[in-house]
Design a protein around this ligand. Structure first.
Ligand code: NDP
Length: 240
């Protein structure tokens, strides 16, 4: 039976690769996005996957967006909480808005999407939630107290919700990517990026498809015994 999947931030970067990997695995996929209509339109033209715009940091928008997907496509079986932003700066330069926006979107988005979909998954006795964390949520990163706190929160959120879903057929897992060659990493200044790559044991940035394959596995029937786990896909960087 084809499952219905929603990938937040699914129209570009890692999210686009996830949308495509789930489609290839046989799911009916809907990509959510935050505001870049042009990229979303091009994505839909290229892939045939519909893109729905709403802000995952807005609780009511998530409830309304998921209700619309359910009405137009069907009940949601799989949620990949991938949407995320950075607002980097050392603590002294970081504004309250920089802190709050990152917490609201990166961590709040997981709560909002779970509130909109977890109950239905439990009722139907099957579901998959995959949350995209980060190596910087595991290890911390200079200039990212907001991002590291939000991503670290995702790992706790995952383990707590996994316990609620475990006996109901709903698994909840996280993937902690290392540095992946997307727009987000392109925004890192070149000298900083050079130093980062030097610390990655495999000696290169990761590719979005390498994260997407991990997500596709965690969303598959075969992964029913995997829950509350964090898969580290980072070229070995977690060892340092
Ligand atoms: P990109 O910046 O390339 O893409 C971000 C996606 O999130 C876009 O589709 C964007 O939509 C969407 N988005 C942003 N804000 C919102 C919002 N409020 N509501 C809905 N959608 C939103 O990011 P990446 O592909 O690089 O990253 C994807 C995820 O992986 C993020 O959670 C990131 O933190 C995480 N990650 C990335 C790493 C990397 O090296 N790239 C490393 C570790 C983790 P729109 O196009 O409309 O702006």
């Amino acid at each position: 039976m084809a499952r219905i999947a929603v990938v937040t931030g699914g129209s570009r970067g890692i999210g686009e690769a996830i949308s495509l990997a789930l489609k290839e695995a046989g799911a009916t996929v809907v990509a959510n996005y935050g505001g870049n209509d042009e990229r979303a339109r091009a994505f839909t033209e290229r892939t045939g996957i519909p893109a729905y715009r709403w802000d995952v940091g807005d609780h009511q928008a998530c409830l309304d967006g998921c209700a619309r997907v359910t009405a137009e496509v069907g009940p949601i079986d799989i949620v990949v909480n991938n949407a995320g932003i950075t607002r980097d700066g050392t603590l002294s330069r970081m504004s309250y808005d920089d802190w709050h926006d990152v917490m609201r979107i990166n961590l709040g988005g997981c709560f909002n999407m779970a509130k909109a979909t977890f109950g239905g998954m439990v009722e139907r006795g099957w579901g998959r939630i995959v949350n995209i964390g980060s190596i910087n949520g595991q290890a911390g990163q200079y200039g990212q107290v907001n991002y590291a706190a939000a991503k670290s929160g995702i790992h706790g959120f995952t383990k707590a919700l996994a316990q609620e879903g475990a006996k109901k057929g709903v698994t909840v897992n996280a993937i902690a990517p290392g540095y992946i060659d997307t727009d987000m990493v392109a925004a890192v200044p070149a000298p900083v990026l050079e130093k980062i790559v030097a610390k990655i044991p495999v000696g290169r940035l990761g590719h979005a498809q390498e994260i997407a394959r991990g997500v596709a596995f965690l969303c598959s029937e075969d992964a029913g015994f995997v829950t509350g786990s964090t898969m580290s896909i980072n070229g070995g960087q977690h060892m340092y």
